[in-house]
Design a protein around this ligand. Structure first.
Ligand SMILES: [Zn+2]
Length: 425
């Protein structure tokens, strides 16, 4: 019988009782806190794609092997028939939730924990909702309080995403942005530009200056194109290898030409090492762009949602829905997992994340691949059929079970050690 995680007793109090001493003696024979048994592990970094047991101890991945004896773990969970992957990394979300401040995109942000674990996500990367002027507030009120690991691209506009701020050139200060990124180097992973609407480059140029000063990548939502501000110049002249082009299947910036051929600038950018991110959102993923692009072999480097209030209940829905769409496009499952784990970890230069190395933090997703007749909507509301859908059965964050759809880790209620109920006075 497993020990229910919610009933976990702290090490300190355990030592204070006789029962605790016995427990410690037993734990000595059981080096692992938890073993996931018999699941199909897909760990792209380590090129594992087969049935393995996964042992977790002290919040870290302890061991992956074809068979780990059940007697070596305090808790065992049978995950046969399910996929076991590194915890998913959603590299493009908006989680700086503020209500009652009109014009700030915080108004349409969501709380990270409300969406992450239920779709297998253990790390979210906010894409520029805050800038250097309000990053401290974002950190204090959201990042430091979430159970989800929240990282961020810092907007080059001082107040982040707002109806005015992203076009206010005077408030695009690369030095302040770089200073803020250094002060919060544990959570800021790069810079973001978005929605700039004139035929010039101050947004991109200032973000690149901040990127050069800190050695961090820049993520670009290209906003509007113009005579000078073309996709070709961005991808072949401006961005550096490792910079990120998000909304790659939006079609808003001539990613696909009129004859349905992929813009050669996209291939050229890929050759130069620029990374292409899905960033689905409410208006940035269309089947009539994605299908021909993928048919021509242009897969995304990274899968992400662009989660916010406007996308959460529309075609996007959540990370696993976007990943299922990639399956519907014909991208193999192992690639879809790589694009949602190890690929984003590398893109944000956090090589300690996105894999199941022994010693890595135990962020794990246990996914069910459902088969049936499904439909997937794009941002226009058009449907694409699919026969597979990914669902999160179990999500583990730092060794703790934070999502358990069907109670795989739980004891049956008939044998559950309920505490005696207090009689109401
Ligand atoms: Zn976005």
């Amino acid at each position: 019988m497993g020990i229910h995680p919610r009933d976990g007793v702290s090490r300190k109090s355990r030592r204070t009782t006789l029962a605790g001493l016995l427990a410690v003696a037993v734990l000595g024979a059981q080096p692992y806190d938890l073993v996931l048994q018999g699941g199909h592990v897909i760990d792209p970094k380590n090129q594992i794609d087969g049935v393995r047991d996964v042992a977790i101890a002290g919040g870290k991945i302890a061991r992956i092997a074809e068979r780990i004896p059940a007697s070596e773990a305090r808790q065992r969970i049978n995950v046969q028939g399910l996929y076991v992957t590194p915890g998913l990394i959603d590299m493009h979300v908006h989680v700086y939730l503020i209500t009652g401040q009109k014009g700030l995109v915080g108004e349409v942000s969501v709380l990270p924990d409300a969406f992450s674990f239920r779709s297998g996500v253990t790390t979210m990367v906010d894409a520029g909702t805050a800038g250097w002027r309000n990053f401290g507030d974002f950190r204090q009120r959201i990042i430091d309080r979430a159970r989800t690991r929240v990282l961020a691209f810092l907007n080059i506009g001082g107040v982040g995403m707002s109806s005015e701020g992203e076009n206010d050139v005077r408030d695009m200060d690369p030095e302040q942005a770089a200073r803020t990124a250094r002060a919060h180097r544990d959570v800021i992973v790069g810079f973001k530009v978005a929605h700039y609407d004139k035929d010039e480059w101050p947004d991109v140029d200032n973000a690149l200056a901040a990127g050069r000063a800190t050695g961090l990548p820049v993520m670009v939502d290209f906003g509007w194109t113009g005579q000078q501000r073309t996709l070709e110049t961005l991808l072949t002249g401006k961005l550096r290898p490792g910079d990120i082009y998000t909304h790659c299947y939006s079609g808003h910036r001539a990613e696909l030409l009129a004859d349905n051929r992929l813009n050669p600038a996209m291939w050229e950018g890929r050759k130069r090492g620029i990374l292409f991110d899905v960033g689905h959102g409410a208006a940035s993923f269309y089947w009539n762009i994605a299908v021909p692009a993928v048919e021509q072999g242009f897969y995304p480097d990274v899968i992400s949602t662009d989660l916010h209030g406007g996308s959460m209940n529309a075609g996007m829905k959540d990370m696993l829905n976007v990943m299922s769409k990639m399956l519907a496009l014909g991208i193999p499952l192992a690639d879809v997992i790589r694009m949602s784990t190890w690929a984003p970890a590398q893109a944000i230069r956090r090589p300690e994340l996105g894999h199941l190395d022994p010693g890595a933090v135990a962020d794990v997703a246990v996914l069910r691949l459902e088969r049936g007749s499904f439909g997937f909507l794009d941002a226009a509301g058009a449907r694409h059929p699919g026969d597979r859908r990914l669902v999160a059965e179990l999500t583990i964050r730092g060794g703790s079970i934070v999502w358990d759809l069907n109670g795989l880790a739980a004891a049956d209620w008939k044998t559950f050690p309920y505490r005696p109920r207090q009689r109401p006075k």
